[in-house]
Design a protein around this ligand. Structure first.
Ligand SMILES: Nc1ncnc2c1ncn2[C@@H]1O[C@H](COP(=O)(O)OP(=O)(O)OP(=O)(O)O)[C@@H](O)[C@H]1O
Ligand SMILES: [Mg+2]
Length: 507
């Protein structure tokens, strides 16, 4: 057995006056699947960063296979066989799988003998429980294959304990299932130990041997996953036994479309078919859910409406007028677009929380005109109101937004975009990376916007989310809308079949 066990004892970590971890204990048996749970900002990522030498804990120690070890820097963790698979990809997209693997080695020679490396790589790949084509360019792989390549890279580097920090948030449910199954087989086969961070309790129920729960930097419970129900785990995470109830849908959709797409097309992109949408409309007080497996045009659709991608043909109308997604028109028509991966696409990481919360509004006066200078007082006041209202947990409003936990960045972007009058709201995967409680809050806010008359286009890979929120559901496949269904009471099986493009309608 090459899998190693690890134990953390009395770990404490402070950032300035803020205590991120206090007296945290964690014991992970070799060859096990250990899940680390907790609400946004609980300290999960901080704990594993201490374990991997990215942060130096202020107190406590780590034991590897029962021996105390010094992990002062990432190289120490490497030498012990500890590796990390991130939520965001670290592979170089323009290089092949083979090139990425060889270049990731610490001992990569100045002149690479590719013929020799090739033989070694093929032997390595043949011994793996799953395969990825060595000659494929990483950028051309689907998200699931890319995540598998990240895991292969860790195995290639001979890691014996893997930390996976929200590894499934960019994967489809099928890909996530397959990936976690692979990791479990490796663990139960004795090759690796896995520490998995996730907010998805279904994954815990299916794949965990043991769990540890953190809350506000402290361990609140844990043990064998067999003995814990989802309600027990939720209680340890958020201090309440259950997640909030489904938000209430009030009032019927309006009749005049607020967003209309007609014969909208975009050019092919990197061998992938462009958009080809014959007709799509969203009315006031209506949530139109776009279901689909990622990579079927959803991203392009959001980019076109957000003005980041030019259509090659067709029309886009907002409130009956031509629309192109420019900042001026978005402002004038009260259109807001909430992109995926907000830290990368919707924030300036090194600017403060206060500044980021004001990114949209700070250069406008109350009447929407340009302002000559920023009113610092108004910015601080607005930020405070949003931080309180959306329960953002930050060390301080002046901290750079990049140091906030993933879920708290998402809350900030939502707060900024949902504040004020919104006529048309485009949201992409709004609950990626959010804890159970935050998911409930965000869905309630989207429903409240709809009830107040906003037209909402909800693009999501989470079919449960689409089914819960949508008035109407459209399924995208290959850049086209291939199916339409009424939201409430929709048949999830039929929608799933259309998502896979495998549905054959009777002649
Ligand atoms: N470099 C840093 N400087 C200051 N504060 C930090 C830093 N890194 C983390 N924090 C704070 O420590 C707390 C714990 O953050 P952490 O990223 O560990 O949470 P998490 O449990 O991983 O949450 P999420 O589920 O949202 O990813 C947060 O309040 C965060 O703002
Ligand atoms: Mg985290």
């Amino acid at each position: 057995m090459s899998a190693i066990g690890i134990e953390a004892i009395g770990i404490g970590k402070r950032f300035g006056a803020f205590t991120a971890l206090a007296d945290v204990a964690l014991k992970v048996a070799p060859g096990s699947m250990h899940f680390l749970l907790g609400e946004n900002g609980a300290g999960k990522s901080t704990l594993v960063k201490c374990m991997l030498g990215y942060y130096r804990p202020d107190e406590g120690s780590f034991l590897v296979d029962n021996r105390e070890v010094e992990i002062a820097r990432p190289a120490d963790a490497d030498a012990l066989g500890l590796g990390m698979v991130y939520q965001h990809f670290t592979l170089v997209p323009a290089m092949t799988v083979a090139e990425n693997l060889v270049m990731s080695r610490a001992d990569v020679p100045a002149v690479i003998n590719w013929a020799q490396e090739r033989v070694a790589l093929e032997a390595f790949m043949a011994a793996m429980p799953f395969q990825v084509p060595l000659d494929a360019e990483v950028g051309a792989l689907a998200a699931g294959e890319r995540q598998k390549t990240e895991i292969l890279k860790q195995l290639y580097l001979q890691r014996r304990l893997l930390v996976l920090d929200e590894p499934t948030s960019v994967l489809t449910p099928q890909e996530a299932e397959e990936m976690l199954g692979t990791v479990r087989d490796l663990a139960h086969g004795g090759s690796i130990t896995a520490i998995v961070i996730t907010h998805k309790l279904k994954e815990v129920a299916r794949f965990a041997d043991e769990v540890t729960v953190l809350r506000r930097g402290r361990r609140t419970g844990g043990g064998s996953a067999q003995g814990l129900t989802p309600a027990d785990m939720t209680a340890m995470m958020i201090g309440e036994p259950q997640a909030p109830a489904n938000p209430e849908r009030l009032g019927a959709p309006g009749a005049e479309p607020r967003l209309e797409l007609r014969n909208l097309t975009t050019a092919n992109d990197g061998g992938r078919a462009g958009l080809d949408i014959a007709a799509l409309s969203v009315c006031p007080r209506e949530i139109v859910g776009i279901a689909g497996v990622s990579g079927n045009g959803q991203k392009e659709l959001v980019e076109v409406i957000g003005g980041q991608r030019a259509p090659s043909g067709g029309e886009m109308l907002v409130a009956g007028q031509p629309y192109d997604g420019t900042r001026e028109l978005a402002q004038a028509r009260a259109v807001r677009v909430l992109p995926e991966e907000p830290l990368r696409n919707g924030c300036v990481p090194r600017m403060s929380v206060t500044e980021n919360l004001n990114l949209r509004g700070f250069d406008r006066d109350a009447a929407g005109g340009h302002r000559a200078w920023l009113s610092r007082g108004a910015m601080v006041e607005r930020a405070q109101r949003l931080i309180t209202g959306y329960r953002v947990r930050a060390p301080s409003a002046e901290a750079p937004i990049g140091v906030l936990s993933g879920g708290n960045v998402q809350r900030c972007v939502l707060a900024r975009e949902l504040d004020g009058q919104v006529d048309l709201l485009i949201v992409a995967n709004p609950c990626f990376g959010l804890d159970v409680k935050a998911v409930g809050e965000v869905r309630a806010r989207i429903m409240a916007a709809r009830n107040a008359g906003t037209a909402v286009l909800l693009v999501s890979e989470d079919l449960d989310e689409i089914l819960e929120l949508s008035d109407r559901i459209l399924v995208m496949h290959g850049g086209q809308v291939v199916h339409e269904a009424a939201g409430p009471g929709a048949d999830a099986q039929a929608i799933g079949a259309h998502m896979l493009g495998s549905h054959h309608s009777p002649a």
